[in-house]
Design a protein around this ligand. Structure first.
Ligand code: ZN
Length: 316
């Protein structure tokens, strides 16, 4: 088996070496300010990262998208950007605007919309090949800044707080659900609503995920995919999927005027425990109450989550 984690890390090193923009942004990442907000059993880190403004403030309406050259299509990528092909269908790229020390974007070679349907098997395969990384997916209305071009991202393992807190969260809030194919747990840690899938067998976990995905599709209220952020990793011989069930795309604070404004677009990274604030004013003023409020709006409502769990068990 090719050592993709090593190949991906080599790609990152050589791009930092040879591409001025990447070099500067990865160097700046070493100096970003971080503060920790403690909850009973987990923490949320707030990272002041000005380089992420283009992503956090990205306009993702159809008109804006159709009028800009797609930055993930090979023909529009910067000349300096190199790629590493994986499972024939995707290119691994360095993310030139990093949140992690090792931050990848994994793009479909074709310009097709952001939609996870039918791709979980590929996501798991990539997670296994890149086993030193956590692979993540942001839905078209859950933080993807290029919802017109399918992509995953990946960051070095154990950078997202939830990666290390999972056992504690399961122990305290985990509820085992009846399921046909793999281990399935629901976690409501008071600010996030999570489904956690795990199995040694790729087909089994994929099948169980797809069942839940299809159930969510029957409940969505608009034409986009049901709202979700999804992490996948391969650890100790097991596939793991962490699925965050989402509410609104952006909190009311995003469009608020004056002092109430907070520019935040919650996505996989935020739900994994790192809140990115591209503006210093927000980094300085954001409080624990704001964080609770933001997660509450952008997570599925508690009563909908509980109804969903009942349906999952009835379907198994
Ligand atoms: Zn494209």
């Amino acid at each position: 088996m090719m050592e993709y984690s090593k190949l991906a890390k080599d790609l990152i090193s050589s791009q930092i070496e040879g591409w001025e923009l990447a070099k500067k942004n990865y160097k700046d990442l070493g100096n970003v300010q971080v503060k920790e907000v403690l909850f009973d059993d987990f923490k949320i880190k707030v990272q002041f990262n000005p380089g992420r403004i283009r992503s956090s403030a990205a306009k993702v309406d159809a008109k804006t998208l159709s009028e800009r050259p797609c930055f993930l299509c090979k023909k529009n990528r910067p000349l300096e950007q190199s790629e590493l092909s994986i499972i024939k269908k995707y290119d691994i790229l360095i993310n030139p605007f990093p949140i992690f020390e090792q931050h990848l974007t994994i793009v479909d070679k074709n310009h097709v919309p952001q939609l996870l349907k039918g791709r979980m098997g590929e996501m798991l395969e990539i997670a296994k090949l890149l086993n030193e990384f956590t692979v993540f997916y942001n839905g078209p209305k859950c933080g993807a800044s290029a919802p017109d071009h399918f992509h995953f991202q990946a960051g070095n393992n154990n950078f997202l707080p939830i990666g290390n807190e999972l056992d504690i969260l399961i122990g305290k809030y985990g509820k085992s659900l009846k399921s046909n194919n793999c281990e399935l747990l629901a976690i409501d840690d008071s600010i996030r609503k999570i489904l956690f899938f795990t199995s040694e067998n790729k087909q089994d976990i994929e099948k169980e995920f797809n069942k839940v995905y299809e159930l969510l599709e029957t409940k969505k209220t608009d034409s986009d995919e049901a709202a979700m952020n999804v992490l996948a990793r391969y650890e100790k011989g097991k596939y793991q999927i962490i699925m965050f069930l989402r509410g609104v795309h952006r909190p009311w604070q995003y469009t608020a005027e004056g002092d109430a404004n907070i520019l935040i677009t919650p996505a996989s990274v935020e739900f994994g425990g790192i809140l990115i604030t591209p503006l210093e004013k927000d980094f300085v003023k954001i409080t624990k109450d704001d964080i609770v409020d933001i997660f509450k709006q952008t997570s599925i409502k508690k009563e909908l989550f509980e109804a969903l769990l009942i349906e999952i068990e009835q379907n198994s």
